[in-house]
Ligand binder design. Structure first.
Ligand code: FE2
Length: 248
């Protein structure tokens, strides 16, 4: 099966200045690449909105997804509102106490989707996650917005990391198989492994963040998507970049 992940769209309100970047044009450009790739599934892994959850922004993104006509799932990032998002995308039935986390089957394989909107994996979600992992007698595939491992990106690790990452790591480490996790949030491309946990961070559709500095620094304005194939026990993934639409 082939999955495309796109992340950190940061779409603003109509006409809003998003720091000199045309985030809507960027998103459409990446979607166009998805259209050509025709994956089996598409995942939008959070931060769909520029600052805060906004029904009109979600409606615009929903319209683009309807035109694309490829099965997709969405998760919420720290710049989203999972309840608002679920309502617009017709997924309110998946909400549990205002959080949007769920399991889906992709080609007969379970895939987990977590909600880290508040910068943590909540207690009730941790209980759910332990239970779901026990159901799998195989490698796990997880999408979540925040990476659950530190990533060597000082600005993000020190100010914007998942706060209860050690608790979340303990849950994944207890799984007797590999746990393959795909995230966004950091606006970098990176792979981090700790024992059986492998975290792939996918670059943003907005801009990428410098990996050297404690202070916020833009690295570059190219934008990306990740393509994951998983067949016969072999997982491969690659990141594809495009020029971003920016006057910067
Ligand atoms: Fe984020």
């Amino acid at each position: 099966m082939r999955i495309v992940q796109i992340t950190d769209l940061h779409v603003g309100r109509e006409g809003e200045d998003t720091f000199g970047v045309d985030v809507r044009a960027n998103f459409l450009k990446v979607l166009n690449a998805v259209r050509q790739k025709q994956p089996h599934y598409l995942v939008l892994s959070g931060d769909l909105c520029y600052r805060d959850g906004d029904t009109k922004i979600y409606e615009w993104i929903y319209e683009q997804m309807e035109l694309l006509d490829i099965p997709y799932d969405i998760i919420s990032g720290n710049h989203d509102d999972p309840v608002m998002m679920a309502a617009v995308f017709g997924r309110s039935h998946l909400l549990k106490e205002e959080e949007l986390y769920f399991v889906k089957e992709f080609n007969g394989r379970p895939v987990l989707f977590l909600d880290t909107t508040k910068g943590v994996v909540s207690e009730q979600q941790q209980r759910w996650l332990r239970g779901r992992l026990q159901d799998f007698n195989e490698e796990a595939l997880v999408f979540m917005h925040h990476p659950p491992l530190e990533a060597g990106v000082p600005f993000m690790d020190s100010r914007h990391a998942l706060r209860n990452r050690s608790e979340v790591q303990a849950i994944f480490l207890a799984h007797p198989f590999n746990v393959n996790i795909f995230t966004g949030h950091y606006h970098v491309e990176k792979v981090i492994r700790k024992k059986n946990i492998v975290v792939h961070i996918t670059p943003s559709c907005y801009f990428q963040i410098g990996q050297e500095s404690e202070e916020f620094q833009v690295d570059h304005y190219r934008i990306g998507l990740r393509e994951i194939t998983w067949d016969n026990g072999v997982m491969m993934n690659s990141v594809h970049y495009f020029n971003g639409e920016t006057n910067r």
